[in-house]
Design a protein around this ligand. Sequence first.
Ligand code: F6P
Length: 513
Amino acid sequence: MALLESRRMRSPDWIEPLLPHAARLIDQPLAALLEDDPARLQRDVLEVGPITACFRRQRIDAQAWQALYELAERCSMPQAIEAMFRGDAINASEQRPALHVALRSELEEGAAAAACAEVRAAEPRIRALAESLRSSGVTDVVHVGIGGSDLGPRLLAAALGTQQPAFRMHFMSSPDGHALQQLIARLQPERTAVVLVSKSFSTEETRLNGRLLLDWLQAPERVYAISANVPAAEQFGVPAAHVMPMWDWVGGRYSLWSAVGFSVRAAFGETAFAELLRGAAEMDRHFRLAPVHDNLPIRHALVAIWNRNAMGYASQAVLPYDLRLGLLPDYLQQLVMESLGKSALADGSGTAAFATVPVVWGGPGTDCQHSYFQALHQATETMPCEFIGVIRPDHPHAAMHLSLWSNLLAQGEALALGSASADLHRHYPGSRPSSVFMLDQLDAHALGALLAMYEHSVYAQSVVWGINAFDQWGVELGKKTAHRLAPALRGEQIAADPISADLVHRWRARAGD
Ligand code: F6P
């Protein structure tokens, strides 16, 4: 209660209506809450396309949901959604729209219509290049990129991996020479293609990895690039006919639907990529048209807001029970934390006087049960969980599939209900909230719907918080500082910061310089 009181002191207007509900619910056992409210069995499960979402084990009752729906109304959520689909400049600090939806949905208004026309115009060339790479006979493709130019395609390649790609895919992101050495030791340059992905084409890691790989490959005819900076890609040595565009109205972490997904598109074929886009387009339509209480991305966002701002939970675990989705937590770390890890309010009126992004973390089950689940069950902090499972597997091992699912379901139940014991070591407090997402199967269509759901939830959260989900100024300072420190490491100058200067001095001494 003291925590609630102190939060109340600092709460902005929009949090106030949530607090009486939080005060009522925060100490109420989740088990009692579930018993008292049989209606939640209907209300808190949504089926949208291939996704079944269960929010029943959140600490939110009917009145709290009502307050959350009113919050969505109060921040003009439907209007904010329309602004995105119209192509308004919702990325205010960069004065541009965020039109990833134009990469998969037909839009007819304003800047969005113009963006769709650009996508349509570029599409035949991208398709032809993807088909020619697919049938070229290369055995290996190295996709080079980082952040949004890496995580989406990397996740797709792993998630669709059981569906017979036309070639093996490899990813180079970090400038770690060990990774490069290990990779080129396994590959034959004459049977390999390289795909460079960088929206800016100025990202140091990608240029470094790209330069070394191009020198090793010695075959520009098997090099492709995707960038919003086409001249820079051509100057780098990529043949003009192999440079595909992306646009400044797509953020890197929202870009896998564009030619950024080129290597995956070539590997898995046109049908799979079209299905990916179709799944996302269906989620776009749902996000745009469904009323708030039936709207999956909005409900997901409201749960996140509730857990962060009303319950005060500081982290969110993402736990896929399917190894093909093992990279989902990494992908969501960028999508959520780069989008919502902000304090500045988008309208320039100041900084947020409330908590914004939680720490997003996690990993695949059941492995994680044998590492950090101890903390989920008995640590002092409550860490909400999101369990994701696939109902129909692409393997014949029924016993394994049942084991995976019984574990997934068991964890949500045990976390919520707990188990009392007089022996404190064996006491499980329970009341730890979680959601479950079931995908009918893990195909490109379901993946498109799932990832679009997360994108839209992030946007809906940013609307409540009044922050810009589409810039990332926070990462620039580190890049500039690294740039300044490189000459110091080479011994050409002394670093300005005394601690960095001392570390560089010790580094050089130990390296034998
Ligand atoms: O690290 C920041 C960032 O700008 C990400 O937002 C982006 O996805 C990544 O770097 C890569 O940028 P680029 O595609 O321009 O190489």
